[in-house]
Design a protein around this ligand. Structure first.
Ligand SMILES: [Zn+2]
Length: 122
């Protein structure tokens, strides 16, 4: 059988890991209200961007910081953005993201354990 084009050695870092189910935009709304670790990641990225490209402070006001963040699915490169209603699965460090379709297609092969996104911040 021909290999799925989306598979490219991800088993090296995604085999049998715990993934957290994230629903956008709810996940962002909660992060923004609570200023949790996800918000901090986005804020750090936005601050670096503003510094690097000599943008002005208004870019960091309120919910504008989310405009600087997106991630890609580890398999199909589908884009995760805080404002796009969608379901993704991420690793504990929120560094690797997997879209709903790829999650469903590969969950048996990779043996993932799924937890609620609420458990990311306990
Ligand atoms: Zn995908």
């Amino acid at each position: 059988m021909e290999q799925d084009w989306r598979l490219n050695g991800q088993e090296k870092y995604l085999q049998n890991v715990v993934l957290y189910r994230v629903i956008f935009p709810d996940f962002w709304n909660k992060a923004y209200a609570e200023k949790n670790e996800f918000y901090q990641i986005i804020l750090r990225g936005a601050k670096n961007h503003v510094k690097m490209f000599h943008r002005t402070k208004p870019y960091l006001e309120g919910e504008k910081v989310q405009e600087f963040w997106h991630e890609h699915c580890e398999f199909c490169y589908d884009k995760a953005m805080t404002k796009n209603p969608s379901e993704f699965y991420c690793t504990k460090d929120m560094y690797r993201w997997i879209c709903k379709k790829c999650f469903n297609d590969f969950k048996d092969k990779f043996g993932w354990t799924v937890k609620s996104s609420d458990e990311l911040f306990v």
